[in-house]
Ligand binder design. Structure first.
Ligand SMILES: [Fe+2]
Length: 206
């Protein structure tokens, strides 16, 4: 776990120095290696075994959260037939490692010229319908041990779907940096409309 924490701190520092573009181009193999290494440690395995629950449709088990939101590690569990709604990770990097089950990741990139619409939606309290154009990326079929990535400019919007009738779908997210209400790193949810258009929605409308 220490290597994973150190590497996340290093990536965060370089993100602060170089901006979000850094997160599109850095070598994420060391972070991947340290994630797998951490998952092989007995202490983390025991913590997961003792605390993972499936009481809600979507459950979150915190592993490591930094008070300054520089990074966060958390495990998400989707109960059978549950979809995690389409959401964004503005200026963030996310590694998702599948711990159990099978699921589908749908990914989207918002058209560059429509990004300002998302930013103004995040920063205003009066909400009216906002629609953006986006490109849908090929869906990924994920199974235990598979890894997928999200960066500021690659698959920044994603949704996870558990199509199983019986089994949960469980994945670990390594998030650098984390959401932060004091920056532009605020979450927005989206709903698919016709013709590759996405409607922005509020969390309380979900
Ligand atoms: Fe996400």
């Amino acid at each position: 776990m220490q290597n994973l924490i150190k590497e996340s701190q290093r990536i965060y520092q370089l993100f602060i120095q170089n901006g979000p573009k850094y997160l599109d181009t850095f070598d994420y193999q060391p972070l991947t290696k340290y994630t797998i290494e951490a998952l092989q440690t007995k202490s983390l395995q025991e913590y997961i075994n003792n605390n993972l629950t499936m009481n809600q449709e979507i459950s979150m088990l915190p592993i490591q959260f930094q008070p300054d939101n520089s990074f966060a590690f958390a495990i998400f569990t989707l109960a059978p037939k549950i979809t995690m709604p389409l959401h964004d990770h503005p200026d963030m990097f996310v590694l998702s490692y599948v711990l159990y089950g099978e699921g589908i990741r749908e990914g989207w990139n918002i058209k560059q010229s429509d990004l300002n619409k998302v930013n103004s939606f995040k920063n205003t309290t009066v909400k009216q319908d906002v629609i953006v154009e986006a490109e849908e990326l090929p869906s990924l079929n994920l199974k235990t041990g598979d890894i997928c990535y999200t960066t500021p400019n690659m698959c920044n919007l994603h949704s996870f779907i558990n199509n199983s009738f019986t089994k949960p779908f469980v994945f670990l997210d390594i998030i650098v940096p984390h959401y932060d209400e004091n920056t532009n790193r605020k979450i927005t949810y989206f709903q698919r409309e016709k013709d590759n258009r996405l409607k922005l929605i509020q969390q309380d409308e979900l």
